[in-house]
Design a protein around this ligand. Sequence first.
Ligand code: ADP
Ligand code: MG
Ligand code: MG
Ligand code: MG
Ligand code: MG
Ligand code: MG
Length: 733
Amino acid sequence: MGLLSLGTPLPWPEAKPLADHVRYHGISQFLNLWAQIKDRRGDKLLWGDEIEYIVVSFDDENRNARVSLRQAEILDVLAKSHRQTADEAPGIASQVPTFHPEYGRFMLESTPGQPYGASPRELRAVEANMRLRRRIARSHLHPHELPITLTSYPRLGCNDVPFTDPHLEPRGDASRSMFLPDEVINPHARFPTLTANIRKRRGAKVAINMPVFHDENTPKPFYDPTIPHDRNLFPEDKEAGEGGAALPDHIYMDAMGFGMGCCCLQVTFQACSVQEARTVYDQLVPIGPLMLALTAASPAYRGYLSDVDCRWNVISAAVDDRTREEKGLEPLKESRMVMPKSRYDSVDNYISLDALNRPEYNDNPLPVDEGIKARLEAAGIDSLLSSHLAHLFIRDPLVIFSEMVDQDDEVSMDHFENIQSTNWQTMRFKPPPPGGQIGWRVEFRSMEVQVTDFENAAFSVFIVLLTRAILSFGLNFYIPISKVDENMKRAHHRDAVQKESYYFRKQVYRTKPRHHQREASAARTRSASATRVSSRAPSPGPGPGPSSSVPPHARSGNGVVAAAAAVNGSTPASPYRSRAASPELGPVEEEYEEMTLDEIVNGRRQPSASSSARRGQDEEEEQGAGAGDFPGLVGLVYNYLDSLNIDVETRIEMGAYLDLVAARARGELMTTATWIRQYVRSHPEYKKDSVVSPGINYDMIKRLDEIERGVVEAPGFLPANYAKRRRAFGDNE
Ligand code: ADP
Ligand code: MG
Ligand code: MG
Ligand code: MG
Ligand code: MG
Ligand code: MG
């Protein structure tokens, strides 16, 4: 979570009339900042991860594992210890990891003390940093407590036996949930208010329905017997049954905490300029759903196995504040517009000015606040970025502090951040804070947190290296954004790694790997045929074409790469081009096809019939490979590593991470979600009825901890050498 503003939060009836005020001043604040930072350049590629933990409290006597609600005390102790370290060793104070509050009062978030660099040598330090954070957290908890990196707590909201420590009844006024007490919410005024205002704005409790996993003995249709339909504490108690909010064959959840109580793994990058940030943002958009499927880790909710493997839709529904009118269920009367998505959802539009960004790719409906868009454009902001912001600003601010209503728009960014930070999308585009050291950043947000720091390091490092490869080679992952959304849907399905295919671009890698390229580049520049550039590559338009100012590693006979590099690199950005469709480039539909995750990640040698038919002979020769050849995302990362002179040891370390990603994509190692599902289904207490009983949950969390510490092996889940490697780190008793 971002910075917590302090003050008195306004209840919804008082916040609502201030929505336009906050939006107006939020945009003023952005425009003031923009004037200062639009030309900011030369920031280094720094990056950092965020890891979220659930603090579990074991009741060994009753074989029960509960979530501990001691967040505030724990954070106090951690902060004290941080200050002490800083006092004792001021030289390294900035490197000491920090811990942050999260929505759930059973959650912690940790980040490195300062961002890392992106050199492979620094990447080798990431896993140790993550382990240090886990060790620090662990050593400041009670002996019966444990920080676990589990995405969803399988028995959150199960009241047959206590699931919180201390035990509490679900009767809180903020969420009015039948399952979750308000005490699971971080007590800082912001969070209960956020919860209550989402419910009030929406006009009902949130309704989350995840399909139940039908096992042999699961009743069909399944009507959840644990929903207390006869409770009569709040008017909202009728919603589940009479109101039809709880769907048959689904696991029904009715509170924000079910979503925001999930843990994720996020990675934030700093780019050298706003243009580069926009490129990184766009290129990572199609990667989001793929990484969600690969990191899937949350197959159980409210005591049942579900038929989904990941959290995203749960959180999306958990903070869906749209009215029935906004959802298109009723004609617009009170509400301003129809909004196809929750504020927590996938990205709706690409924003790069890169010539690669064809207007046709932005094919999702994009409701915008027209007044805001006009204002941004009048201030000289191009239409892509204006649309992005005007789309975020269709939302209302949910929490307004009475002390913060009137701000100096020259110095504050609070109103802007109010809207920005409650748009939770797969990517976040973060402008530099005013007057500081920090530059333009992009946050990659789709990944689920993994049980071990080896995995968390592997996925983080993979994304960092992929980002380096994207920038270094001018890679092009664009597909229509509606297809990214389709991938997002598929990524949720049970065993989405193995069973689904995903839309992916056929041609992403237009230059040879750098080590081939040095020899080949000059020849190719000469042999590049003008027809090929104009028939297959987006025209660089008014922007720079291949030019000597483009770094040699990015130069090729192909104008696409050069144009991309020009935008990414230090050459002036191309002036923004007309947003007219580009029919001369051929139909967008021919640029992508469906592939398995294995093919996308590990590559393939099989030419696809449709693409090889369209491709000329000379080009195949020039590319020196089969027409359908694609090195895969892991292959692209290796190509990038090969372009650096790294030592053998570093390459082996990076290789261990890439091997994990590759093995998960191949299905050789199972995802966390599959491991959890298998563990539950093979537990002696399991009755084949989809129920994750307290005992199963208890044993599973103990087992996951043993796996994390390397005291038991996890064949088929983690690499064979994981336990040994983990024990070498120590701290595994
Ligand atoms: P959020 O608003 O997403 O909670 P945080 O403040 O928790 O953001 O930070 C996210 C990550 O960004 C952290 O890992 C942090 O180390 C990293 N970070 C901080 N400064 C920079 C920077 N200048 N460039 C890149 N990453 C940074
Ligand atoms: Mg967080
Ligand atoms: Mg954070
Ligand atoms: Mg956060
Ligand atoms: Mg934040
Ligand atoms: Mg974050």
